[in-house]
Design a binder for this molecule. Structure first.
Ligand SMILES: *Cc1c(COP(=O)(O)O)cnc(C)c1O
Length: 391
């Protein structure tokens, strides 16, 4: 089988596109309709089916999917939403787009996920929604989140961009059983890719209808929803201020083709993580994250946390790992420490666990295209660098 071979430099993650994927994309490129055709509908149906939700709506990115979900749940000016500082900026930016205020809650240092037990004390009459992130693929303790949300009448959004194929208490993330919406990203670094792309899954018909309008400039062509009398068969209505957030049909074809491989991709990521776990157990330089009893982790990331004097040497360790061919990365700088957020008034010290996590964290390469030699290469490069730098 044809595949791109990675040698010497291993990124922390990357896509795996094979000949079958390419064939599926090329077929759509020869069609008359290359955007918003039948592949979009097929991809949405397949997503809903595989993850166990009623509806899926695909977008041109995970960021626009988040924006759509928050919009459809009527997050707006004067609202607050609770979220985590250890995420990609989009989780919180999407609320800022709508004029809402992010309230950052500190993390559980075992997993890097929001500490669900700290959420309640940040709720006030302005709180409308809780947006959690299954960091690295590790599920948040959702029962705690859902119970709080029920008690206060809040919406729950799961930013599951890291967690395709993860399970919480045996159930697939994405089934939307007690969440209003679940978000996926199909960026090439995530579990499956459409180049750029994302999706919202939901069980609510009204949210679904709003999402479809939102990604299409706020326009509907569906007579059932018209506010005014139709002028003729050409008639359409713009009812909300939406955006052009549409995915193309050839991207959806890639998504459909990739989705078939998700189970295999997740299995491979889990095997690599288990192998790392056993090799790194008990080492004196860094800790690995802990999986909770309720978790089945699909490992978008394999984060390690530096210990003791290694923490102070993080810059040098990072450089040395990069130099030895490991495309390590740091996930994440706490969102509220970004200059834009600081100008909004957020201050250093807001979430001490998240800030400590940032000081210590490094993400090692993990992706399904890695073979045994690659995995061994990572392990020996890691031990070599730490032996050299921290003794
Ligand atoms: C990747 C990612 C997003 C956004 O996805 P894009 O498709 O890149 O816009 C949002 N949240 C998290 C946690 C992500 O990792």
């Amino acid at each position: 089988m044809w595949c791109i071979k990675v040698d010497r430099f291993l990124p922390y993650s990357r896509q795996w596109i094979d000949e079958e994927d390419i064939k599926n994309v090329v077929e759509v490129l020869k069609e008359n309709i290359i955007t918003q055709g039948e592949k979009i509908e097929q991809f949405e149906k397949a997503l809903a089916e595989i993850f166990g939700a009623k509806y899926a709506v695909v977008f041109n990115s995970g960021t626009s999917a988040l924006h759509g979900a928050y919009f459809a749940l009527s997050l707006g000016k004067n609202d607050e939403f609770i979220t985590t500082p250890i995420s990609f900026v989009a989780t919180s930016n999407a609320g800022l787009y709508l004029g809402a205020k992010p309230v950052f809650v500190d993390i559980d240092s075992d997993t890097g996920c929001i500490d669900a037990s700290l959420i309640e004390k940040h709720i006030n009459p302005k709180t409308k929604l809780i947006s959690v992130v299954h960091y690295g693929g590790h599920p948040v303790d959702m029962d705690v989140v859902w119970n709080i949300a029920d008690r206060y009448g809040l919406f729950v959004v799961e930013d599951a961009c890291h967690a395709l194929g993860s399970k919480y208490k045996g159930k697939m993330i994405g089934d939307c059983k007690r969440s209003s919406a679940v978000i996926f990203s199909f960026h090439p670094l995530k579990h499956i890719t459409t180049g750029e792309g994302g999706a919202v899954l939901t069980n609510y018909e009204d949210v679904y209808n709003k999402l479809k309008m939102f990604r299409n400039s706020g326009i509907t062509k569906d007579k059932r929803f018209f506010e005014n009398k139709s002028d003729g068969d050409w008639y359409y209505e713009m009812q909300i201020l939406g955006f052009n957030y549409k995915m193309t049909d050839f991207q959806a074809a890639l998504g459909l083709s990739q989705l078939k491989k998700l189970e295999r991709f997740v299995k491979k990521r889990r095997e690599i993580a288990n192998f790392y776990d056993t090799k790194f157990e008990g080492n004196k330089w860094f800790n690995v994250l802990k999986n909770k009893d309720f978790a089945l982790n699909s490992y978008h990331l394999y984060p390690i946390r530096l210990k003791g004097n290694c923490t102070e040497k993080k810059q040098e360790i990072f450089k040395a790992l990069r130099k030895s061919g490991l495309g390590v990365q740091v996930h994440y700088i706490p969102i509220y420490l970004q200059p834009f957020y600081k100008k909004l008034g957020y201050k250093q010290g807001l979430c001490p666990e998240a800030e400590a996590f940032y000081r210590q964290e490094l993400s090692l390469p993990i992706f399904p295209l890695m073979d045994e030699k690659d995995v061994e290469f990572v392990i020996s490069a890691v031990f070599d660098v730490f032996e050299r730098m921290c003794g």
